[in-house]
Design a protein around this ligand. Structure first.
Ligand code: BG6
Length: 462
């Protein structure tokens, strides 16, 4: 594997949030389709039926990516579009869609980066098997992944198995605000455990596949925890917070088990990995993939069960529409923390961006200086992490387009490109133009680092 000087600047999306065609093209329902239909669980407008209608407009979207000068594009495959019931019958129309999308990207000189699971589990697997709590899900996921490696792996060289298992569990099983809407910690840790096993098996399947010349990872997400005060207790609490957040799923895919501090704190709540699972998980990533939005404070609190810390929000920072404090220096600290803990692996920021209350003019144009400022400050923080030794190789802004923000509906706009959800007209925002210019100028004057793969092999070939 050679490493030329080709930093990848990209943008990211996910299937459920932009594709639409939720009930057409042979696609089966996902747990998110079901969740949006359950009364009172989501914002009234949350519905994946049309969203950005990307399935029908992907050519226009690839042309927009070219206007943004993107080197790379991260998108996810909808498992139920390929396998309507999660296993067995393959929907060739669904496979063809992704095939054509990858071709269009390659023709446009844009490197495809594919996420296999961004939360939209086929409903049948939830209803018939109990979803991620069932120990047979990992093998079914690996089978589905193999179909995708076989079909796309001659052109796709960047793979991400799961998007943010932390969110799958925290939103889906702890808070119950995401599909499948369960509120039960034990069931959550079990689901998270099977997500890890699924990752391990899918990576093993990739490495054994005929198209295994690329690189594979799992997208972690984490806040960075600053201590609430400079007391030693709070400093230790912040480090425990990091292990509880980034380490929960970061440690298994690197060391083959959860952090020892979590095992001690949570006892039987955390299931054990078999020797075989641990073997598959160890060093199961070729690069670190991290999604970052905000940072928090951690305060020691022995009355809180488990890791004995309380999460607090910054009160002195501007907030985004999703009510998150804007903390770019936490981004730098997070990248450095990951680099130190996980032995200097090449790293990609696979999501970073901001939801804002955009206002479009009569022509649909959005002037969004706050988004430009957010990106500029986070790019600078990432560059500063590189100066501290982090081998950052690429950066994907969330998101290419305004989209369906899960249970929150269409009100939270993250896009570099505005989508008018009445007419589906796309208009590049001021931030999109700024980003296009940033990429055209080559990003930082000194990018310093190359891609994990030779760019000629990273999706550019047909
Ligand atoms: C990430 C997800 O957690 O954050 C994306 O991968 C999501 O799919 C983005 O859209 C913003 O999310 P949130 O938590 O602000 O609704």
């Amino acid at each position: 594997m050679t490493a030329p000087n080709t930093f990848l600047w990209g943008a990211a999306t996910s299937a459920f949030q932009i594709e639409g065609a939720a009930h057409t093209g042979g696609k089966g329902p996902s747990i998110w389709d079901d969740f949006c239909r359950s009364p009172g669980r989501t914002a009234p407008d949350a519905d994946g039926a049309i969203t950005c209608d990307h399935v029908n407009r992907y050519r226009e979207d690839v042309a927009l990516m070219q206007e943004l000068n993107l080197d790379a594009y991260r998108f996810s495959i909808s498992w139920p579009r390929v396998l309507p019931t999660g296993r067995g019958y393959v929907n060739s129309e669904g496979l063809d869609f992704y095939d054509k999308l990858v071709d269009a990207l390659c023709d446009a000189g844009i490197v495809p980066c594919v996420t296999l699971y961004h939360w939209d589990l086929p409903s049948a697997l939830q209803i018939e098997l109990g979803g991620w709590e069932n120990e047979s899900l990992p093998q079914l996921f690996a089978d589905y992944a193999t179909i995708m490696y076989d079909r796309l792996g001659d052109r796709v060289r960047y793979w991400i198995t799961l998007n943010e298992p932390w969110c799958s569990v925290d939103g889906g099983y702890f808070a119950g605000v995401h599909a499948p809407g369960i509120r039960d910690r034990a069931r959550g840790y079990l689901a998270g455990h099977n997500l890890m096993r699924a990752h391990g098996m899918a990576v093993a399947a990739y490495r054994a596949s005929r198209n295994n010349q690329g690189a594979i990872s799992l997208a972690l997400n984490s806040s960075y925890y600053f201590p609430a005060t400079d007391s030693r207790e709070d400093e230790a609490a912040a480090e425990r917070g990091m292990l509880d957040f980034a380490g929960w799923f970061g440690d298994p895919i690197y060391f083959g088990d959860y952090p020892p501090e979590m095992r001690e704190a949570y006892g039987d709540l955390l299931p054990a990995f078999s020797d075989e699972d641990a073997r598959l998980l160890q060093k199961s990533i070729d690069f670190l993939s991290i999604n970052y939005y905000t940072s928090e404070l951690a305060r020691h609190d022995a009355s809180v069960g488990g890791m004995r810390y309380r999460r607090e929000q910054f009160t002195d920072r501007p907030r985004t529409s999703t009510n998150w404090a804007i903390v770019p220096e936490g981004f730098r600290e997070l990248l450095v923390w990951l680099d130190r803990r996980y032995g200097g692996l090449p790293m990609y920021v696979t999501e970073n961006g901001i939801a804002l209350p955009d206002h479009a003019d009569d022509a649909g144009y959005v002037d969004d200086p706050d988004r430009v400022a957010y990106l500029r400050d986070h790019f600078a923080a990432a560059r500063s992490a590189m100066d501290a030794g982090v081998n950052l190789c690429g950066y994907f802004v969330w998101s290419l387009l305004d989209n369906l923000e899960w249970a929150e509906g269409f009100s939270k706009r993250f896009g570099l490109i505005r989508c008018d959800f009445e007419t589906l007209t796309r208009t590049i925002k001021a931030s999109g133009r700024w980003y296009a210019d940033w990429i055209a100028r080559g990003g930082w004057a000194d990018n310093g680092h190359g891609a994990v793969l030779d760019s000629s092999a990273a999706g550019g070939e047909r």
